[in-house]
Design a protein around this ligand. Structure first.
Ligand code: ATP
Ligand code: MG
Length: 647
């Protein structure tokens, strides 16, 4: 029996959505989807109101997704202008720099308006207009948000590339979307070190059209290699342009941005999101999932290079007139208490981060958390991977002092916003479960092989039966790939690529990617379960499990294990872990091979790249595929060197 944690009564009392409201509204949202979204569309401001709400088809090959299609609006006006009369002097963005000794900035909505307008006018000066693509390659500085909103203001389509990516990755993305301009900075401080972003950009631009211009934000003041005629300083141009820029009137289905997925499973896809439906969904999910209340300090620790940063640092919070904290640094600089120091300093109420960060900080023990006053915290959130119950409990007990509901939000770059998530005042939680669907979302569980719809408590492939406004519209330049990737496997459904279990209460448990299901001696098993068991052992900080071909069992269980910083690897410990998994899950789950992994190969967003681990486990590391999105390629060499399955 898994435990159920009730909604704290003080939270339920004052929440936007309580349990009864959730039931009633959810029912209405799936029974008359059109009427539901017609009303919810009013959350944002329209220039021309929509009359048509939903026009979508999941029937391959004829897949199209259109919401509010005859409405017009501007996303940046929704994030800025509409708040000026009521909260012009309220902070919109709090910026916390990499070094704790540097001063934080508070940018009001009025200041944001001027910054974004000037930035937009600079873009126009550089010849950027409606529909043009602009790549943003910036550290976590306010200018990253200004740049996104400036693009939105003039109808240009932004594509943010995480500043940790290599020149190659950057060049690929500039070329794939045929960008006219790339926005970068001189340097990017992170964790006490500085990357020369301008140098990276210069290297990337060697592989792009000569006509691509480069706009440079001054962050560090360091020397940069300058290409006259191609490069422009933002500060120099900003001073010469007007402080006002009227927002362009955009169609609801005009693209707002392209974002390349993190590439955990293959070549990154240019996910296209459009304006109207995305803004409605971003605003609504931000407000309800985090039970956001006016005046609260809200902090999402993601990078703006990920969809989480788009929807839950910039568009969602700002559309709601929230105070959004942006952090330039890393959780462990200058020490493992930094996240908690920032929470204390800025009186953060909502804290939203990734399981990978939670596990890493859990590995450092409770002391760094306990050294700070976290009484301002009200809501905690996670996103990115299944969270192991062990890490969930630590987050709940040590960080949240058992007062703060945890929202484990399941969603994807493709979905634009949360699809399965608890609502703080409505949903009792279970550690490790993303719980129940958001309004308007119709999840279904299918048999992986037959595609048959499975009812009740069951396990299978997670699909979504109907569209929602935040859904991606296409893969940039390749609608065929969109149809093939998401709508061909199971006819009439959006295929998520994830497996899940649904329990007797209708709660969803994401078991990981469908590719990650093991078949050991005829038994199907999610790798996530074995990983969670390993992480529950006191010596283990992180674990990744993959299958490899096994003569007798079909697939063997190969475990990569990272130990707590104070533990040493030994044969005795290897045996102990093996026995531990056997006793916790059963003999069928007993690991065949355990490799000590000082580090795991992760994407820049902190997700374990299992396809690489599978290759190494198969002793087939010659063909690792695209590794350009790895955070630290050196990790792979160590794993290859110490692989356990040598043929
Ligand atoms: P690519 O699609 O390029 O392989 P990616 O899937 O890692 O990359 P994202 O869109 O950032 O790119 O991640 C979405 C995936 O992350 C989901 O499909 C799911 O596997 C996982 N995920 C996200 N949030 C959760 C969560 N709360 N619980 C479980 N898994 C999650
Ligand atoms: Mg994906």
């Amino acid at each position: 029996m898994t435990e159920t944690i009730p909604v704290p009564s003080d939270i339920a009392k004052n929440a936007h959505i309580d349990a009864e409201t959730y039931q009633r509204m959810y029912k209405a949202s799936v029974e008359d989807t059109e009427a539901f979204w017609r009303k919810e569309g009013e959350r944002i401001d329209w220039i021309t109101p929509y009359t048509r709400v939903k026009n979508t088809s999941f029937q391959s090959p004829n897949v199209y997704i259109r919401w509010y299609e005859d409405g017009t609006l501007n996303a940046s006006a929704n994030c800025i202008d509409r708040h000026l009369a009521t909260r012009g002097d309220q902070t919109a963005i709090i910026w916390e720099p990499d070094a704790p000794t540097d001063e934080a900035k508070h940018i009001t909505y009025r200041e944001l308006h001027e910054k974004v307008c000037r930035f937009a006018n600079v873009l126009k000066e550089l010849g950027i207009g409606r529909g043009d693509r602009v790549v943003i390659y910036l550290p976590m500085i306010p200018e990253a948000a200004y740049a996104m909103l400036a693009c939105a203001r003039i109808g240009a389509v932004h594509s943010v590339v995480f500043a940790g990516f290599s020149p190659d990755s950057l060049a690929n993305r500039i070329n794939d979307c045929d960008a006219k301009l790339v926005i970068t900075s001189d340097g990017a401080p992170r964790g006490g070190r500085t990357t020369n972003l301008k140098d990276n950009t210069n290297s990337a631009l060697l592989h792009c059209k000569e006509s691509v211009k480069c706009l440079v934000v001054r962050r560090t003041g360091q020397q940069v290699a300058w290409n006259a005629g191609q490069d422009y300083w933002l500060d120099a141009l900003e001073a010469t342009v007007d402080a006002d820029c009227p927002p362009e009137e955009m169609g609801a289905e005009d693209p707002l941005f392209i974002l390349y997925t993190s590439g955990s499973t293959g070549r990154p896809k240019g996910v296209v999101h459009t304006t109207g439906g995305y803004m409605v969904y971003a605003a609504m999910t931000h407000k309800l999932t985090f039970d956001y209340k006016d005046g609260e300090i809200y902090w999402c620790t993601a990078d703006v290079g990920w969809v989480t940063g788009h929807t839950y640092i910039v568009y969602g919070p700002l559309a709601n007139g929230a105070i959004s904290l942006m952090f330039e640094g890393v959780p462990t600089y200058p020490d493992a208490g930094r996240f908690w120091a920032v929470c204390e300093k800025h009186k953060v109420a909502t804290f939203y981060t990734a399981p990978t960060a939670i596990r890493a900080l859990m590995g450092k023990g409770d002391e760094p958390v306990k050294a700070h006053d976290l009484s301002s915290l009200r809501i905690l959130g996670t996103v990115g991977e299944p969270i192991n119950p062990e890490a969930w409990r630590w987050y709940d007990e040590v960080v949240g002092a058992k007062r703060c509901p945890i929202v484990d939000t399941w969603w994807q770059t493709e979905t634009g916003g949360h699809l399965i998530t608890p609502l703080p005042g409505a949903t009792p939680t279970k550690p490790g479960s993303a719980t129940t669907p958001f309004f308007g979302i119709k999840p279904a569980v299918l048999d992986a092989n037959t595609g048959e719809v499975l009812e009740g408590a069951t396990e299978g492939v997670l699909v979504i039966a109907d569209s929602w406004p935040g859904q991606m519209r296409t893969v940039w330049g390749d609608h065929q790939r969109f149809v093939e990737t998401y709508f061909q496997h199971y006819k009439g459904y959006y295929f998520t690529g994830d497996g899940c279990r649904r329990d007797e209460d209708g709660y969803y448990w994401i078991t990981g990617r469908v590719d990650d299901v093991l078949n050991v001696s005829g038994h199907r098993m999610g790798t996530a379960e074995i990983e969670s068991t390993l992480v529950a052992h006191p010596a283990v900080s992180e674990a990744a499990v993959v299958g490899y071909p096994h003569d007798i069992k079909g697939q063997g269980i190969y475990c990569y294990v990272t130990l707590m910083s104070d533990k040493e690897p030994s044969e005795a410990l290897r045996k102990e872990l093996s026995d531990w998994v056997r006793s916790e899950i059963g003999p069928i789950a007993k690991p065949d091979l355990i490799q000590w992994a000082p580090g795991l190969p992760k994407t820049r967003s902190g997700k374990i790249m299992r396809r690489i681990l599978r290759k190494i486990a198969e002793d087939d590391f010659g063909a690792l595929g695209d590794t350009s999105t790895l955070a630290d390629p050196a990790v792979v060499d160590d794993l290859i060197e110490n692989r356990q399955n040598r043929k």
